[in-house]
Design a protein around this ligand. Structure first.
Ligand SMILES: *[C@@H]1O[C@H](CO)[C@@H](O)[C@H](O)[C@H]1NC(C)=O
Ligand SMILES: *[C@@H]1O[C@H](CO)[C@@H](O)[C@H](O)[C@H]1NC(C)=O
Ligand SMILES: *[C@@H]1O[C@H](CO)[C@@H](O)[C@H](O)[C@H]1NC(C)=O
Ligand SMILES: *[C@@H]1O[C@H](CO)[C@@H](O)[C@H](O)[C@H]1NC(C)=O
Ligand SMILES: *[C@@H]1O[C@H](CO)[C@@H](O)[C@H](O)[C@H]1NC(C)=O
Ligand SMILES: *[C@@H]1O[C@H](CO)[C@@H](O)[C@H](O)[C@H]1NC(C)=O
Length: 481
């Protein structure tokens, strides 16, 4: 009886712990402290987090919280770990063993991040698998091999259906096929999962004729028939294309984890709260249903992308890149959802204890007479700070010229921690306390006050060091002035 009862409890608790995970990226000028994020996850019943590196202070914060952490190793380190087993051992000692001993739950290490993207021009093809093997070997040698597995997150486009839209025509991309086959066989042998990032949003973004309904989960899209299976959403089709590829590579039962899935809320016309809410609603219900995909029914482990907006992500692929957050840069929720997938949508719990900078903002001085100086100053501001909300189809696109310019000035000022030098703009900038501004407050456009940097990142923003970043937005803004 006691035995039965404890079996029952075990089953119940297994059921309960299968919650959703989330990615937490660090490409921000100002970041929420790890303790704020831990509380944010707890408050919203998110119990897994995927990181892109292994920042000591951040990982430590998850000790004894019950939140499972996936560590990451950036692509820049792949060469080092592929060549230097000693370096791999040092990494494991410092970034894994120490945290396991300290009570952090870690099951996976993601070695590299989407290393086989076509846009990387084959830069990481030679180093990814050797680096994965060295890190796993070091993990095994440290005695954690049964508990901690190495994998690498890949973009869903490692598989394709040549000349067809059918999942059953799927196979690994021809330019990397032999490498992928070698890798998945190693993952299988090592009992590691295959980590794949799936982006229905990108299907919509990249192809204007792509039906938005096929990117959601409402089942009202024109279906695709494939060997007796009916596909009504691109997520299932993408994942089953991968399942076919794995079959053809001889590892039909390799575990699959969704490393990233999400929908951005700004920066492009399809990147908006309405579509994002629709995507998450369907996706979270799907995960909770344990229906999986037609070829992989059952529970699917998944990590949403992403926890917070990141104002320093590269916008080479598009302005939407800085708006993947379920929460804003300051941990405020954007829209109603239900992380448990029960469909009881409500506003997620906001981050607690967030410290903002003072209420000052920087705007265009209304006395500015020589407007020919404005353009270069806006370009300067937007090259460093995030002006992606100003673009076509974005939340601040309907501002008038005065507020357009002021938006750019303010973003630069906030990013630079409101230092006086960051609101000069050749005499055209002026500081005002936010309540004095007659900004047409509109839920669609946020005129932000930046948070205080929690300072866990190395090389956080220093005034004068940030002129690098972005050129494409700059070019598009320059046309306007
Ligand atoms: C541990 O991880 C951090 C962050 O990713 C990295 O900077 C550091 O070099 C790693 N330690 C070792 C010994 O590789
Ligand atoms: C890849 O090659 C293209 C074309 O040669 C180039 O424009 C791009 O900058 C390269 N990307 C990387 C990451 O090296
Ligand atoms: C990878 O290895 C191949 C074959 O040895 C070589 O031709 C290629 O230049 C290497 N790529 C990189 C990025 O080092
Ligand atoms: C405005 O500024 C530009 C650039 O400094 C200068 O060439 C121009 O003469 C100025 N115009 C007026 C009306 O002052
Ligand atoms: C404000 O800027 C955006 C993009 O930079 C542009 O699309 C919009 O037309 C501008 N509005 C005005 C009134 O200049
Ligand atoms: C807010 O933005 C919406 C959408 O662009 C617009 O229709 C509305 O008039 C705006 N409201 C105010 C008060 O500016």
């Amino acid at each position: 009886m006691v035995l039965l009862w404890s079996c029952y409890l075990l089953l119940v608790s297994i059921n309960m712990v299968e919650a959703i995970g989330v990615n937490w990226g660090s490409q921000t000028s100002h970041n929420l402290g790890p303790s704020v994020v831990v509380q944010l996850l707890k408050d919203n019943q998110i119990d897994k987090i995927k990181l892109f590196d292994a920042n000591d202070k951040i990982v430590k914060a998850f000790a004894k919280t019950g939140i499972e952490v996936m560590l990451g190793i950036p692509n820049d380190d792949l060469t080092r770990f592929s060549e230097d087993y000693g370096g791999a051992k040092d990494w494991v000692k410092q970034n894994l063993t120490e945290h396991l001993n300290g009570g952090v739950v870690i099951k996976y290490v993601a070695v590299g991040n989407e290393p086989f993207l076509r846009s990387y021009n084959a830069s990481y093809l030679n180093t990814t698998l050797p680096a994965m093997k060295n890190i796993q070997k070091a993990i095994n040698e440290a005695g954690h091999g049964d508990q901690v597995k190495v994998t690498t997150p890949v973009d869903a486009d490692v598989s394709e259906s040549v000349g067809s839209t059918l999942p059953s025509a799927g196979d690994f991309r021809s330019d990397i096929r032999s490498l992928m086959v070698e890798m998945v066989q190693w993952l299988d042998f090592n009992k590691s999962p295959f980590l794949v990032n799936v982006y229905p949003y990108l299907s919509v973004y990249q192809n204007p004729d792509f039906p938005v309904e096929f990117a959601s989960f409402e089942g009202n899209a024109k279906p695709i028939q494939d060997k007796g299976i009916t596909y009504t959403n691109v997520f299932d089709a993408n994942l089953d294309t991968l399942v076919w590829s794995l079959k053809k590579a001889g590892v039909p039962n390799l575990d699959i984890i969704v490393g990233q899935a999400g929908w951005p809320t700004d920066g492009e016309k399809n990147a908006n709260v309405k579509y994002a809410q629709r995507f998450y609603d369907g996706f979270l219900k799907k995960i909770a249903s344990n229906n999986g995909t037609p070829l992989r029914p059952g529970h699917l482990e998944a990590y949403l992308f992403s926890l917070l907006d990141e104002d320093m992500r590269s916008i080479a692929t598009g302005n939407f890149e800085r708006h993947w957050g379920i929460f804003r840069y300051d941990g405020q929720p954007k829209f109603e959802m239900d992380f448990t997938g029960k469909g009881n949508d409500q506003m997620p719990v906001a981050a607690k204890g967030v410290k903002y900078q003072s209420v000052w903002q920087c705007v265009l001085n209304k006395d500015t007479l020589n407007m020919s100086l404005v353009g270069p100053n806006v370009n300067y501001a937007c090259a460093a700070a995030d002006c992606t909300a100003l673009g076509y189809g974005s939340s601040c696109n309907n501002l008038d010229l005065y507020w357009n310019i002021s938006y750019a000035f303010n973003m630069y000022y906030q990013m630079n921690d409101q230092v006086a030098e960051a609101c000069v703009f050749q005499g055209m900038g002026t500081k005002l306390p936010a309540p004095a501004l007659s900004f047409p407050w509109n839920a669609t456009c946020l005129f932000p006050i930046q948070i205080q940097n929690a300072g866990t990142r190395l090389g956080s923003t220093v005034f004068g060091l940030i002129s690098v970043v972005v050129a494409s937005l700059l070019a598009s803004l320059a046309l306007l002035f």
